[in-house]
Design a protein around this ligand. Structure first.
Ligand code: ADP
Ligand code: 5GP
Length: 203
């Protein structure tokens, strides 16, 4: 399959546990050599199976703050008691691979990138929000994943309500996908990503 004609980075956001990672893993598996993930920095510890430099750049709070003071981030935010950020270097490195860059970031990061964009700088991206069928289903998935302690589950669920509310703001997202049936949601994501580029953004 030819690569997407609209090669702008894709920003995927949505509440923790909704299935963002599952969906973009499918995208990467089914379209090898087409996409690349923007590897964020985080102060949280690695989960089982997560690799430094692949899933995240795992970093200390001190190092993270030093990167902020050097203006190294395109955006950064606090989430669930930890810090997360997208470094300028990471996006430059990933873009240089000639693939479509996929960013998985939370709401504050989305806001920051869009505000910079409104001022004429930063990423020209496409924004997808992944919504849960219901908050009850989201809680089940988050708990079912088995990666979070109770305190973290509570923080993530509280933040989920804020993110879902924010997703209703007109004009923030180009596409909202309800991840109920996985294959159906995946198809919607793929169709959106592969839809023809608007004339002004064609390479
Ligand atoms: P996120 O990256 O948004 O935090 P994950 O991709 O880790 O979420 O998904 C959270 C859990 O929900 C995982 O255990 C995953 O297997 C499961 N999951 C994802 N999508 C679906 C779906 N459509 N139906 C049922 N379970 C799902
Ligand atoms: P997790 O700890 O589950 O990997 O991620 C928690 C949340 O942080 C998710 O909503 C994810 O999208 C978000 N996140 C991951 N990396 C970044 C980042 O670089 N910037 C921002 N703003 N959020 C991020």
């Amino acid at each position: 399959m030819a690569p997407p004609s609209d090669s702008r980075p894709i920003v995927i956001s949505g509440p923790s546990g909704v299935g963002k990672g599952t969906l973009y893993n499918l995208l990467f598996t089914r379209h090898p050599d087409t996409f690349t993930s923007s590897v964020s920095h985080t102060t949280r510890g690695p989960r089982e199976g997560e690799k430094h430099g692949e899933h995240y750049h795992f970093t200390t709070m001190e190092d993270f703050e030093q990167l902020i003071s050097k203006d190294a981030f395109i955006e950064h935010a606090k989430f669930g008691g930890n810090r997360y950020g997208t470094s300028k270097q990471t996006v430059a490195d990933q873009t240089a691979k000639g693939r479509v860059v996929v960013l998985d970031i939370e709401m504050e990061g989305v806001k920051q990138i869009q505000e910079q964009r409104a001022r004429g700088s930063s990423l020209d991206a496409r924004y997808v929000f992944i919504a849960p069928p219901s908050v009850e289903v989201l809680e089940k998935r988050l708990r079912g994943r088995g990666t979070e302690k109770e305190e973290s589950v509570q923080k993530r669920l509280a933040q989920a309500l804020v993110e879902i509310e924010y997703s209703k703001t007109p004009g923030v997202h180009d596409k909202i996908i309800v991840n109920d049936d996985l294959e159906k949601a995946y198809k919607e994501l793929e169709d959106f990503i592969y839809q023809p580029a608007p004339a002004a953004t064609k390479a």
